[in-house]
Design a binder for this molecule. Structure first.
Ligand SMILES: [Zn+2]
Length: 462
C-alpha cells in the first residue's frame, strides 16, 4: 500500500506543480498529514498547558491566567503561515495587534509527541509572573509533519482605565486611548494615591483628572459637581452680580478652611461634594471651589472650577465665572467677598495659572500644556473639552515600540515589559493636592446655615 500512496501523492504533486499550484499542494499535504484530529489534539494540549501554568500559579497564590480569544485568533493565524523563528516577531505582533498587552512572555519548542512538547514547557510554566492574566497557545506541524512546534504566550492584558476599575483593581497598570489624539497607551496609577491627572504620552495633553471621594471611591472630578442647590431664599430683585456675590459670601462664611489629614496629604486627600462640604461646613480649596461652582452652576451661572498654581504658593483650586462679558475669579477659601472690589480676572488673574478646568459636563485640558498662559478661561482653542466617559474611538493606531525594553531569555523564550515613555501615560497628582493655601484667618467660623441669606449677610442693595 505504501508505495501506491506515494505514487498518488507524487502524481498529484506533479499535476498541481505544472499549474503552478505549489502552495495548494502544501496545504493539501498539511491537511493529509494533519487531519482534524490534530486540531483536537492541539486543543487538548492547550488545555493541558493552561492547567500546567495555573497549577504552579495557584500554588504560588497568583491569579490563574485564562485563555484570551483575541490572542488565540492571532496565534492560530500561524497555522496558515508559520511560527517565526525569531520570537521577538511574535511579541511585536501581539503588542501591535493588541496594544493592551503590557507584559508578554513567549516560548516555543518542537517535539515529535504532544506529551514531550507539553513537558518541554514545564520550566516556562514555573516562572510566569504574578501580574500575568491571559494565555494563548498554538501548535503547527514542523519538519514536514514529523514533529510539532508549539508556541505559548502568557501576558498581562490590561483593563481599560476608569475610576471604578482603579478602585477594585489589584494592579496599577491600565490601558487607555487618548481622548485627544487616539494614542493607545498604558497608564500606571496606584489606588493608594487619592487624586491624579493623566496626560497622554504622545500629545502630552491631559485627558483625565480623577479624585477619591470621602468614601474612598474614585470619580472623574467633573462628577463631583452634582447640580446641588442649597435651600436658600435670595433677596427679591437682585441683579445677577449681586446674586453671584450672595452665593459667594454664603460659601465663604460657611466653609472653614480645613486641611485634609496633615501628613502624607497627597495620599489621604479626599474630595468632598457640595452637600458634604455644606454639612460639615469645612473643606480645603477644592472642596469649597466645588461647593461654590456647583451652587453657581445650579443657579445658571457660567462657571468652571480651575485646578492649577497660584504664584509661588503651588497647587490651588478656584472658580472662574463669566458674567456680562467679564471674567470673575472667585476664591472660595481666602479673602472676603467685596462688592466694591470685584475680583475681575483681568486685574487679579496674573498669578493664577490653571492647568485643568472642569464643570459638571466635562474636563477642559490646555491645548498647549506648556504654552504661555494668556488668561483666557473659555476659548475652545485653548481649552479642549474632554468628556471622560466618552472615550475616543480614534485610537486604533498601533503604538511605536522601538524603544521597548526587552530581555531575551534564550533562543526559545522571550519576555517584554513595555515601559518605553511613548507608551506610558504621564500621571501626577493634580495641583490642589500638592499644596495648601495660606492666610485664611479672615473666614468666619462656626456659623450655621440659615434659610434666608439676605438676613445673615446684609447684602449690598443697588
Ligand atoms: Zn494624545
Amino acid at each position: 500500500m505504501f508505495p501506491a500512496i506515494v505514487g498518488v501523492a507524487a502524481a498529484s504533486f506533479m499535476a498541481m506543480a505544472e499549474k503552478g499550484h505549489l502552495s495548494t499542494w502544501k496545504s493539501w499535504w498539511t491537511s493529509l498529514t494533519q487531519p482534524a484530529a490534530t486540531r483536537a489534539s492541539g486543543d487538548r494540549m492547550k488545555l493541558k498547558l493552561l492547567d500546567q501554568v495555573n497549577y504552579v500559579r495557584i500554588a504560588a497564590k497568583h491569579h490563574p491566567v485564562k485563555i484570551d480569544p483575541e490572542l488565540q485568533d492571532l496565534l492560530e493565524a500561524y497555522q496558515k503561515t508559520e511560527i517565526p523563528e525569531n520570537l521577538d516577531e511574535v511579541v511585536d505582533q501581539v503588542q501591535n495587534s493588541i496594544p493592551r498587552y503590557y507584559r508578554v512572555t513567549v516560548s516555543s519548542a518542537s517535539r515529535p509527541s504532544p506529551t514531550d512538547l507539553i513537558h518541554e514547557f514545564a520550566s516556562f510554566a514555573q516562572k510566569t509572573e504574578s501580574e500575568m492574566t491571559h494565555f494563548g497557545f498554538v501548535v503547527v506541524p514542523s519538519s514536514g509533519g514529523l514533529s510539532q512546534r508549539g508556541l505559548i504566550v502568557v501576558g498581562q492584558r490590561l483593563d481599560d482605565f476608569s475610576p471604578e476599575i482603579l478602585q477594585s483593581s489589584q494592579t496599577d497598570a491600565f490601558f487607555n486611548t487618548c481622548n485627544h489624539c487616539g494614542h493607545p497607551h498604558i497608564c500606571r496609577v496606584s489606588n493608594k494615591q487619592r487624586s491624579m491627572t493623566l496626560a497622554c504620552p504622545s500629545c502630552t495633553k491631559t485627558y483625565a483628572v480623577v479624585a477619591a471621594d470621602t468614601h474612598g471611591r474614585f470619580r472623574y472630578v467633573n462628577e463631583f459637581l452634582s447640580g446641588y442647590k442649597p435651600p436658600a431664599l435670595f433677596p427679591k430683585d437682585q441683579s445677577r452680580i449681586q446674586k453671584l456675590f450672595t452665593i459667594w459670601s454664603a460659601v465663604h462664611a460657611h466653609c472653614t478652611y480645613k486641611l485634609d489629614p496633615e501628613t502624607k496629604r497627597t495620599q489621604l486627600d479626599a474630595w468632598q461634594t457640595a452637600v458634604e462640604t455644606q454639612n460639615i461646613q469645612a473643606g480645603d480649596c477644592e472642596d469649597s471651589a466645588i461647593f461654590l461652582a456647583d451652587w453657581l452652576g445650579a443657579e445658571g451661572f457660567q462657571v468652571r472650577v480651575a485646578l492649577g498654581k497660584y504664584g509661588d504658593m503651588g497647587g490651588h483650586a478656584w472658580c472662574v465665572v463669566r458674567l456680562d462679558g467679564s471674567d470673575y475669579l472667585l476664591e472660595s477659601t481666602e479673602g472676603r467677598p467685596d462688592m466694591n472690589n470685584p475680583p475681575l480676572a483681568e486685574f487679579i488673574g496674573s498669578r493664577y495659572v490653571p492647568e485643568a478646568l472642569f464643570d459638571r459636563k466635562a474636563i477642559y485640558a490646555r491645548s498647549k500644556p506648556n504654552g504661555v498662559w494668556t488668561g483666557d478661561y473659555w476659548s475652545a482653542k485653548i481649552w479642549l473639552q474632554v468628556e471622560p466617559r466618552n472615550a475616543s474611538q480614534a485610537g486604533k493606531t498601533a503604538a511605536n515600540s522601538k524603544r521597548t525594553r526587552f530581555i531575551s531569555l534564550n533562543s526559545k523564550e522571550t519576555y517584554r515589559l513595555f515601559m518605553e515613555p511613548e507608551r506610558m501615560a504621564i500621571a501626577k497628582a493634580p495641583a490642589p493636592a500638592l499644596a495648601p493655601f495660606a492666610d485664611l484667618n479672615e473666614i468666619p467660623q462656626g456659623s450655621k446655615w440659615e434659610k434666608t441669606i439676605e438676613d445673615r449677610f446684609g447684602m449690598p442693595q443697588p
